[in-house]
Design a protein around this ligand. Structure first.
Ligand SMILES: O=C(CO)[C@H](O)[C@H](O)COP(=O)(O)O
Length: 230
């Protein structure tokens, strides 16, 4: 199912991100706690959320960066451990397919993103149209790993899926771990790969959001905001 709201043509990628960040406000349930993702698209959402900060019960954040931005706007950030359920989680994606499966983790926040997504009744993905793909895998798949397992996990990707993993230089996650970026994958069965890789020793989180896929995607396009529901 989809629909589109018209917008002026020739918008930049950042303007498309701002457009969907604003559009996501319609999915915030007044009086409740909002799950907030991480990244440049979400930054626009956080800025928009500030306009209704007095009508929400606060936010659960998926990264130190988003927490700082939320607090700078005067939005209350709650510890995820104190929250049992939230109606909606709003976050970006590096890729999303036509079933709502995503690759996430370009900003290295994938583990906390999956934790907050797990608290949510629904995941609303906000993205510019370049993120919509037929098959996941052109974007290098991020995997958060315990550093001592990085080489072993990399070898296993090569052996099992023919993927080439490299350590993301200079990056330490909010959880003190490393990120592998895996190239050369064609992820035709996201749920199966997510389940498999999650079982490898030393893998903290794989950036495939299959079980935690989006139920709605607000896609910024030259024709307006396309709403995809899955
Ligand atoms: O998964 C993420 C961070 O870990 C982001 O949602 C993803 O990288 C998209 O970022 P952006 O909105 O900047 O394009």
């Amino acid at each position: 199912m989809e629909g589109a709201l018209p917008v002026p043509v020739n918008m930049t990628q950042d303007e498309l991100k701002a457009l969907v960040g604003q559009a996501a406000l319609a999915y915030v349930v007044p009086g409740t706690v909002v799950g907030v993702g991480t990244g440049s698209t979400v930054n626009h959402f956080i800025d928009a959320l500030a306009t209704m900060k007095d009508r929400i019960a606060g936010a659960v954040s998926s990264s130190v960066a988003s927490t700082e931005r939320l607090r700078a706007h005067g939005i209350t950030v709650l510890d995820a451990a104190t929250v049992t359920s939230i109606p909606v989680y709003i976050d970006g994606a590096d890729e999303i397919d036509h079933s709502g499966h995503m690759i996430k983790g370009g900003g290295a926040a994938l583990t906390r993103e999956k934790i907050v997504a797990d608290l949510a009744e629904r995941f609303v993905c906000i993205a510019d149209e370049s993120k919509l793909v037929e098959v996941l895998g052109s974007y290098p798949l991020p995997v958060e790993v315990i550093p001592m397992a990085a080489a072993q996990v990399a070898r296993r990707f090569e052996r099992q899926y023919g993927g080439q993993a490299t350590l993301r230089a200079g990056v330490v996650t909010d959880n003190g771990n490393a990120i592998l970026d895996v190239r050369g994958l064609r992820i035709t069965e996201p749920l199966a790969m997510e389940t498999e890789v999650n079982q490898w020793p030393g893998v903290v989180t794989v950036g495939i959001f299959g079980r935690h896929r989006a139920s709605v995607c607000l896609l910024g396009t030259a024709a307006g905001v396309r709403t995809l529901t899955f």
